[in-house]
Design a protein around this ligand. Sequence first.
Ligand code: ADP
Length: 454
Amino acid sequence: MKKILIANRGEIAVRIIRACHELELETVAVFAKDDEYGVHRFKADEAYEVGKGKKAIEAYLDMDDIIRVAKMTNADAIHPGYGFLAENEEFAKKCAEAGIVFIGPSVEHLATFGDKIAAKKAAIKAGLKTIPGSKEPVQSLDEVVDFANEYGYPIMVKAALGGGGRGMRIVRSEDEVATAYERARSEAKQSFGDDELYVEKYLENPKHIEVQILADEHGNVLHLFERDCSVQRRHQKVIEFAPSMSLGDKRRNEICDAAVTLMKDVNYQNAGTVEFLVTDDDFYFIEVNPRVQVEHTVSEMITEIDIVQSQIEIAAGKDLFKDLDLPQQEDLEYHGVAMQCRITTEDPENNFMPDTGKIETYRSPGGFGVRLDGGNAYTGAVITPFFDSLLVKACVQAYTFEDVIAKMDRALSEFRISGIKTNINFMRNVILHPEFMAGNASTTFIDNTPELFN
Ligand code: ADP
């Protein structure tokens, strides 16, 4: 491979371009008219507008036009990043038909893991424990009520094709079930174009622990340990760190082994993440994300393995051990602790409403142990309402969790951003809260801790 087209924007496009340039690969960016000053286009060797006449997000979803640019520029492969076309089977198929490598898993794996019911079936087949729930999509409200009568409240109704924390509702009693069912259905239909739902037990205050996997076409599967992504707002991740502070070595190994078992069982290829919910006494598979994730950074920092470069090498047919020289599983170690805060242009004082406008001042932190992955984060950048509100990922690494928190607080305090609202002060409240500092924050921590908003 000599040239890669990046079918994405913002920080992840920049992240991928950097990986390509380090591998001495040429890069092609695509951009929407509504994103013509997007920083990614200036970082790439070439850049082309796609989806002319289409609205912002639709332009990045214009599969045929993106493939046209890939052919026109003689790109050998397309990296889809996350979001947009990253998990789109049709796009992966179209790439193959055009003779272009799709940097990601096979069409078959995108299909299995794009559907959470199919994913749960694959996990059960591989011997993983899943949360008790419906084995097939629920066809009616009565089925949900029957499930609750059998297993007891609380339960959760979830969209089969869900993502980004949308299309899921907690149900605590029979009074709530009809409304929750209807809301989840309409949200699923609206967000994912399909209203298929399933139901499972709702776990109270679990931790969200996920395992980073790299797998090649030669049957090698390597895990890069776990990330704790429990700090969430409305089921969406806000802060992630690696390794987890709450797992002992035994449980850590069990969870990482379970992830490897599943990925071997399905013969997975490329980077992927196996997600679990962890309670005091057990752990349960929830889903697989068949792509690079926003929080891949923290695993890179503790293992020193470049996940995006690995994705590209794997897609080129390389062997994790023979060609990439990665350590065998038993020799792979992690060092220290790494943490990421997702800095967004959202206003915590106004229910996290996305803010828009021009960034008047932008000064970022730096120094030992700080890594920033930004998109349009610079003085003069205009934040539009068209795309997600992630401004920059602030990551730090240090020897202990305590040191990481001190370093993150120092880094966050160095930001000087004016002209646009951000969640930076809110992030500082979160990381300095005693419960978070003790490594104990569960998935309901933000929603149940009103003093964070002071
Ligand atoms: P998405 O694909 O939208 O990210 P997930 O299935 O990965 O959805 O779940 C996102 C988050 O929602 C989890 O990390 C967890 O906090 C919460 N969640 C999902 N299922 C359950 C459940 N059965 N019990 C408790 N929390 C859940």
